[in-house]
Design a protein around this ligand. Structure first.
Ligand code: ADP
Ligand code: MG
Length: 466
C-alpha cells in the first residue's frame, strides 16, 4: 500500500506541480483502502476540503494507474501538531470531508483528543465570500487593509496583536476572515482559530462547568493564529477576561499571531482591564473610518458586477448607484442589503432599475438614513432646552449651568451619532477627546442618581430621534 501511494505521489508531484504537491498532498497519509474507498489522514479539515475540491480526480487517476483502483476518497482529520495529544484515527466515516462546505477554521475541525461528541467545534465558520479579493479598498480602510494583508503573509512582522476597530458594518469581520483565508492558504499546516469574544466566553464557561479547563487552555495555546472578533463583549466579564489575558500572553510570548477586533479603541472600552489595554497597545491598533462617498460607490459597483455575472440582463439606469452612495451612508451592510433588495425587485418584476424604482423600492431605508442626527442638531436642541446660547456649547465657560448642558450634548452626540470622541471634541470647540470622555462619563453617572436630569436626557433623546 505504501509503495503504491509512493508511486502515485511521484506522479502527482509532476501532474499538479511541486508547489501544490508539497502544500496539499504531501501532508496526507493513506491509511487504507476499503470497498473502493481510499481513506486518508489529513492534518486539517482545510487541507482535506481543498484536496477534495481540486485534486480528487488526479489522486483517483494515479491510484488506479498504479494498481489500486478506487472510486472515492475519504478524509479523516488527524491533527499532527500537538505531540502527545494525537488521538487514534476515528471511524473512517466520521470526518469525511464534503466538498463545497464553507471553509472552517482548522482548529475547529481538528479539535484534539479532548473533543467530545457534540462539542468539537471550537471556532466559528468562516464566510468564504469574505476575502481580500472582495474587499474594496478606499481612504477610510486602506491602513486597516494594509495591516491585515501584512499579518496574513505571516512573516516576522511585529504587528502583534493586530487590533482592528471601527463602527458597525465597516468591514472588521470581513477583514478578519480574509486574513484567515489568506494565511491558511499560505500556511496550510498552521492552525487558525477564529471566533467571537462571545463564543470565547461561552466555551470558557462550558469548560469550567465540565471541568475541562485544562483541555480548553491547551486547545487555545496550540493554535498558530488566534482571532477574536468583537472583543468589547468580554468587557466587565471578569473571569473571562482573566482567561483571555492568559491565553493572549501565552500566545504572544510564543510569537503566535493574534488578531482582535472591537467596535472602539482599547482605551474607550469600559470595563476592560488596564493590563489588557496596555498589552493590546503593544501591537498595532488601526481603525476603520466611516465610509466615504467614493468607497461606497466602489463597493456598489463591485457588488453590481457580481450580480450582473449571474444575471446579465439586469439593467441599471445611470445615476442609480451614485444616488445610493449619496443617500445610504450608515454602513456597508445596509448598503449591500439595499442593493440586494433592488436586484431582487427588478428581477422579479423584470423591470429596469431606474431612479424612481430605486426610490420606491427603498423608501424605508432612505427615510431612516434621512433621519441621521447631526451634532449641530444636538447642540441646538440642548441649548434651546436649557436656555443657554448656542455659542456656549463650544465656548470655554465652566459655570455649572453651561457646563452641564454641554456635557449632556456630548453624551447625546456619542449616543446618537457615529462620531468618534476626537471628532466630537473638534465639534465642541476643539476640546480634547479625554474632556469629551470625562463629560460623557459624568452624565452616565448622573443619569443613574439624578432623576430630573435623567428625564431631561430621555426627553432630549426622544425629541432628536423623532
Ligand atoms: P463589521 O464586522 O465591521 O461590523 P462586516 O465585516 O460584517 O462589518 O461588514 C458588513 C458587510 O459589509 C459585509 O457583508 C462585508 O462584506 C461588507 N463590507 C464592508 N466593508 C467592505 C469593503 N470595503 N468592501 C466590500 N465589502 C465590504
Ligand atoms: Mg463584525
Amino acid at each position: 500500500m505504501d509503495e503504491i501511494w509512493g508511486q502515485a505521489c511521484a506522479a502527482l508531484e509532476t501532474s499538479v506541480g511541486p508547489n501544490n504537491f508539497n502544500h496539499w498532498i504531501k501532508p496526507l497519509r493513506l491509511t487504507g483502502v476499503d470497498a473502493g474507498i481510499a481513506h486518508f489522514a489529513s492534518p486539517t479539515r482545510f487541507i482535506s476540503d481543498w484536496v477534495n475540491r481540486h485534486f480528487a480526480k488526479d489522486i483517483l487517476g494515479e491510484l488506479s494507474r498504479h494498481g489500486q483502483p478506487v472510486e472515492r476518497l475519504r478524509f479523516d482529520v488527524v491533527p499532527q501538531t500537538a505531540p502527545g495529544r494525537a488521538r487514534p484515527a476515528p471511524a473512517p466515516t466520521a470526518a469525511a470531508a464534503a466538498p463545497a462546505k464553507p471553509m472552517r477554521p482548522v482548529a475547529s475541525a481538528a479539535a484534539p483528543a479532548t473533543a467530545r461528541v457534540g462539542r468539537t467545534d471550537l471556532g466559528a465558520p468562516l464566510d468564504p465570500r469574505y476575502t481580500f479579493g472582495n474587499f474594496i479598498v478606499g481612504k477610510p480602510n486602506e491602513l486597516a487593509h494594509a495591516a491585515a494583508r501584512r499579518v496574513a503573509e505571516g512573516g516576522p512582522v511585529g504587528f502583534n496583536p493586530l487590533f482592528l476597530y471601527g463602527g458597525v458594518g465597516l468591514g472588521k469581520t470581513h477583514l478578519m476572515h480574509a486574513i484567515a483565508h489568506d494565511y491558511q492558504t499560505r500556511h496550510p499546516m498552521a492552525q487558525v482559530l477564529y471566533l467571537s469574544a462571545e463564543q470565547f466566553m461561552y466555551r470558557f464557561v462550558q469548560a469550567l462547568r465540565e471541568s475541562t479547563i485544562m483541555d480548553f487552555k491547551g486547545m487555545f495555546r496550540n493554535v498558530n493564529m488566534l482571532m477574536v472578533d468583537d472583543v468589547q463583549f468580554i468587557a466587565g466579564k471578569d473571569s473571562t477576561q482573566e482567561e483571555f489575558f492568559h491565553t493572549f500572553n501565552a500566545l504572544v510570548d510564543q510569537g503566535k499571531q493574534i488578531v482582535i477586533s472591537a467596535d472602539r479603541a482599547p482605551a474607550e472600552i469600559k470595563g476592560l482591564e488596564e493590563r489588557i489595554k496596555s498589552r493590546l497597545s503593544c501591537g498595532l491598533i488601526v481603525d476603520l473610518h466611516p465610509t466615504t462617498y467614493e468607497l461606497r460607490l466602489g463597493i456598489l459597483q463591485s457588488k453590481t458586477e457580481g450580480f450582473r455575472a449571474q444575471q446579465p440582463d439586469l439593467e441599471i439606469g445611470t445615476g442609480v448607484l451614485e444616488f445610493l452612495a449619496n443617500r445610504i451612508t450608515t454602513n456597508v451592510r445596509v448598503l449591500e442589503g439595499a442593493l440586494q433588495r433592488l436586484f431582487a425587485h427588478a428581477s422579479l418584476l423584470r423591470r429596469e432599475i431606474t431612479l424612481e424604482v430605486a426610490q420606491e423600492c427603498l423608501a424605508d431605508i432612505l427615510r431612516t438614513n434621512d433621519r441621521k442626527i447631526s451634532i449641530d442638531d444636538i447642540q441646538r436642541k440642548v441649548a434651546e432646552h436649557y436656555n443657554i446660547r448656542l455659542a456656549d456649547m463650544v465656548g470655554p465657560k465652566r459655570a455649572r449651568n453651561v457646563a452641564r448642558p454641554r456635557q449632556i450634548a456630548m453624551y447625546l452626540a456619542k449616543q446618537l451619532t457615529s462620531r468618534s470622541l476626537p471628532e466630537i471634541g473638534r465639534r465642541f470647540g476643539g476640546r480634547d477627546h479625554t474632556t469629551i470622555m470625562h463629560g460623557i462619563r459624568k452624565i452616565e453617572e448622573l443619569v443613574t442618581e439624578d432623576h430630573a436630569l435623567a428625564e431631561d436626557v430621555a426627553l432630549l433623546k426622544r425629541l432628536l430621534e423623532a
